[in-house]
Write a protein that binds this ligand. Structure first.
Ligand code: SF4
Ligand code: SF4
Length: 248
């Protein structure tokens, strides 16, 4: 039988699956609530460290985390088996900023009120590094998983990434900064001459982008692109490539 998933995409899906399976352990390292609680006590929590690392990584590799390792994104992709519909309408992408800006402002307020950060505790509120160990942990876990699940099933492909993900803005900002300075980084590059307008890339894009139009315009930079590489690996004409180079 013909193999329909490239090796790279098989590796990516395996990594996402592992991340999803580890989510009960890692949940609190991505918590938007514990960073506030820790900030109010002057403590740099595990999630504060994770978000800072995501921002720093995005300066070189954009939103690679979202495409290859995020447990929320993994759940979103699993849900495409139920609802593979594309999420059209870029207005949805702004919802996460309406959530993120008040949230990050509240964090800044709490940290300032606490007199600044005084201590680092990567394992804050975990039990020896494990997040979900009791009933309260399970309530939080199923709340987060349920939100990603319901949105993906009701709205479409990776809907949580578009609408409420509190981690994505860190990486979008990092990538915008990278673009301002145009230093070398991982990105997509297209060759419009090769494109045969088969539309496979647009149909398969994990973030429902009009990849064909991006290819034709020779403009592959998009704040919602997660560098999953589905368009790279699915293009029959090899019109899209990963490159590591300087540029906007
Ligand atoms: S998959 Fe390749 S050939 Fe098809 S529309 Fe996209 S870039 Fe063009
Ligand atoms: S444009 Fe390509 S790499 Fe970016 S999200 Fe869509 S399929 Fe993935």
């Amino acid at each position: 039988m013909k193999r329909t998933v490239s090796k790279r995409q098989a590796v990516r899906q395996a990594l996402l699956l592992v991340s999803l399976l580890l989510f009960p352990i890692t949940l609190y390292y991505f918590s938007p609530a514990l960073i506030l609680q820790g900030g109010s006590e002057g403590i740099v929590t595990g999630s504060a460290i994770s978000f800072a690392l995501m921002f720093l990584a995005s300066l070189l590799v954009g939103r690679l985390w979202c495409g290859w390792a995020c447990p929320g994104g993994a759940l979103g992709e699993v849900c495409t088996a139920v609802n593979p519909r594309a999420v059209r309408g870029r207005r949805l992408d702004w919802i996460k900023w309406a959530i993120w800006l008040p949230w990050i402002s509240l964090l800044a307020f709490l940290v300032i009120r606490a007199g600044g950060y005084q201590r680092v505790d990567p394992l804050y509120m975990t039990a020896g590094g494990v997040s979900v160990v009791d009933a309260q942990g399970y309530i939080v876990y199923y709340g987060v998983v349920g939100l990603f699940f319901i949105l993906s099933v009701a709205v479409g492909r990776r809907a949580g990434c578009h609408t409420f993900c509190w981690m994505a803005p860190f990486m979008i900002l990092g990538r915008k900064l990278r673009n301002v300075f145009a230093w070398p980084s991982l990105r997509l590059q297209s060759d419009p001459q090769r494109c045969s307008d088969c539309m496979t890339c647009t149909q398969n894009c994990a973030m429902s982008l009009d990849v064909n139009a991006m290819v034709k315009a020779g403009a592959m930079e998009h704040s919602e692109c997660i560098l999953c590489g589905k368009c790279v690996d699915g293009c029959p004409s090899k019109a899209i490539q990963y490159v590591f180079r300087a540029g906007k």
